[in-house]
Design a protein around this ligand. Structure first.
Ligand code: UDP
Length: 435
């Protein structure tokens, strides 16, 4: 007879919303689909958004525990053996990579190479990093972590630690990154470096528990024609320069398309953190947006200061495009709602995401500039918004992304590839507690 003890899974989220969101969704799935007891540990922060996250419905079998903030930078030093410590408790330990398989391939591949080769060829020589079995990484989309010896050491360390786990879960799905996942799963890949099983279990995206959009915004959105609104947001931490904010505001205005903009003060605004809407212009326009913007844009746009209920907005049928910084959560939320994107990456792996969305899936358009120091002009913004909402090119992207949405749903449904992957992990855990 099998042991009836309910397996208890501890999920430890790295700091940052981008990790906590998929971790919570993973926890919920382990409870609802696999009858586990789950405890999620995360590092406490006073971020209002985390409070809203934790309000979403949970179950008796899901505990969420806030840990006090401590300096964990020492944990990534090579002499700290966190994973090895877990071994001493006789636990199975998995790594959940909350982004895509291609990112993982870059980390492993770069850790298998001579660092000088990366620095000379890819960074100084600006040659693409050729990753066996996967899409090459062009220099314009490269990661900051490949830019110097210290960061490369850190990537190598992370890669090595991952190979000591019992498996690597990734927030992607088989059909989305088929060849990359196959490459990672090949026992001989990168000279047999990886060895541990790879489990694509996504897309795990945030499910808004209850309506959080305020009444006025909801009414405004309800009255717009289907797929006529572009939603603009640069994620939980992204900000633009004051000059870029002006261009964006003017571009949106000139496009004459409907928009919802989750606005944050610009990165170089000294008043930034003291900002309140209504402080400056007579109509409430803050000082870093063009004068009178609120008045001129009132019939076509809605501005939400600081934090917008993104999951709910993207799910609304009036939304037909997402101008996004391409964080992986935002990317998955857009795909799973069938919304094409204007891919405007700012930092980290967002540029890789933008490259995938435009070059591989053809569900996004991207500004021509390749660094955040360059400014995307209002004319280009206007053209991209119009194209996305009003042109046939935008419609073609909508059709493709809707197919991807269905494909993602299939992967997560019972019997689908991601469902089966997580079931395999669950079975292994169950087996482990029974022996
Ligand atoms: N988000 C939100 N409202 C905002 C900004 C962000 O709800 O105004 C959520 C968004 O839905 C996503 C997450 O925060 O789930 C951002 O994660 P992502 O990986 O896209 O980017 P990051 O913020 O890590 O750069």
């Amino acid at each position: 007879m099998p042991n009836k003890a309910q397996p208890h899974v501890a999920l430890l989220a790295s700091p940052g919303m981008e990790h906590l969101i998929p971790i919570i969704e993973l926890g919920k799935r382990m409870v609802s689909h696999h009858e586990f007891h789950v405890t999620i540990f995360f590092v406490a922060s006073d971020h209002a958004s985390i409070t809203s996250l934790l309000k979403s419905p949970t179950s008796d079998n899901l505990d969420i525990v806030a840990l006090p903030f401590v300096d964990i930078s020492g944990l990534i030093e090579p002499n700290t053996h966190l994973v090895t410590k877990l071994l001493e408790f006789g636990m199975l330990k998995y790594v959940f990579v909350t982004t895509k398989a291609w990112f993982l391939a870059v980390i492993f591949h770069s850790s298998s190479l001579d660092k000088q080769v990366i620095l000379e060829g890819h960074v100084k020589g600006r040659k693409p990093l050729k990753i066996p079995g996967c899409k090459s990484l062009s220099f314009k989309d490269t990661l900051e972590s490949l830019h110097d010896i210290d960061s490369l050491d850190e990537s190598e360390f992370i890669g090595t630690k991952m190979t000591k786990s019992n498996g690597i879960l990734i927030n992607t799905w088989q059909d989305l990154e088929c060849s990359t996942i196959e490459a990672l799963r090949d026992n001989n890949y990168l000279g047999g470096l990886i060895k541990v099983p790879i489990y694509p279990i996504g897309p795990l995206v945030r499910q808004e528990g209850k309506q959080v959009l305020d009444k006025q915004a909801k009414q405004w959105l309800d009255k717009q024609p289907i797929e006529s609104v572009i939603y603009v947001s640069f994620g939980s931490g992204g900000t633009l320069s004051a000059k870029q904010m002006t261009e964006l505001a003017c571009g949106l205005e000139q496009s004459q398309q409907k928009f919802i903009w989750g606005v944050r003060p610009p990165s170089n605004n000294a008043l930034g953190s003291y900002f309140t809407i209504g402080k400056n212009d007579g109509d409430g326009t803050p000082d870093y947006l063009p004068q009178g913007f609120f008045t001129r844009a009132k019939d076509i746009g809605l501005v939400i200061p600081m934090w917008a209920p993104q999951a709910e907005i993207l799910r609304h049928p009036s939304v037909g495009g997402f101008l996004s910084h391409c964080g992986w959560n935002s990317t998955l939320e857009s795909i799973t709602n069938g919304v094409p994107m204007i891919a405007w990456p700012l930092y980290a792996e967002q540029k890789m995401n933008a490259a995938m969305l435009t070059e591989d899936f053809e569900i996004a358009v991207r500004p021509k500039v390749s660094t955040t120091e360059e400014i995307v002009g209002r004319g280009e913004i206007e053209a991209m918004v119009r194209m996305m909402i009003a042109d046939k090119e935008g419609h073609a992207m909508k059709n493709i992304v809707k197919e991807l949405k269905q494909n993602a749903e299939k992967a997560l449904d019972k019997g689908g590839s991601s469902y089966n992957s997580l079931s395999q992990v669950a079975q292994d855990c169950l087996h482990h507690v029974q022996v």
